[in-house]
Structures are given as C-alpha cells and as structure tokens.
Design a protein. Structure first.
Length: 102
C-alpha cells in the first residue's frame, strides 16, 4: 500500500507554500513551547516544520523561474519545425532514449 498525504493536510499546504512560511511556523511553535517545556523538547515540536521548510526550500530552489521559462518558450517558438524536432531528439538521446524518425 502506497502512503499518500492528504492534499489539504497542514504539511501538504506548507509544502506548496514558500519555505519561509514553514520556518515561521516552526519558530513560532518553538517559542511558544519554550514557555511551557524545556528547550530540548520544544525543539522536537518544531522539528517537523523545519524539515518541511527545508524540503519546500529545496524544491523552490530547483524550480525554474518564470523568466527562464519565458525565455525558453520564446526560443522554442522561434525555431523552425525541423529545428524543434532536432532539439527534442538531441535531448531524448542525452537522456538515454533511442530515437528513430519515421
């Protein structure tokens, strides 16, 4: 059975949000928990949110910017049909696929 997170769970929402939102939640939880329990245990309460912040930050770092996507689309639109097919074929070959044109 494959485990899947509910799309509206707090962790799923935070994964879709900017990384700093999770970091803010983690910091707020840590500060609030420190008032009632020792720092060591308060850190464990905030730890899942720090992990979510790190994962969200990593994903956002690897996502291409809107400007980069726009430039790539403009280059592709400027290519003639044969040039586009050549670029696509070259990319697939770099990925290890075998390409045969009909």
């Amino acid at each position: 059975m494959k485990w899947q997170m509910h799309e509206n769970s707090i962790f799923a929402v935070l994964l879709r949000s900017p990384w700093w939102v999770s970091a803010l939640v983690a910091t707020g939880l840590f500060v609030a928990a420190r008032l009632a329990i020792p720092d060591f245990y308060a850190a464990f309460i905030a730890l899942p949110f720090w992990v979510i912040a790190a994962v969200a930050g990593w994903r956002q770092l690897r996502t291409p910017s809107a400007g980069r996507v726009e430039k790539t689309l403009q280059r592709l639109h400027a290519l003639p049909r044969e040039g586009f097919a050549d670029a696509l074929e070259a990319r697939w070959r770099r990925e290890g696929y075998e390409v045969v044109r009909p």
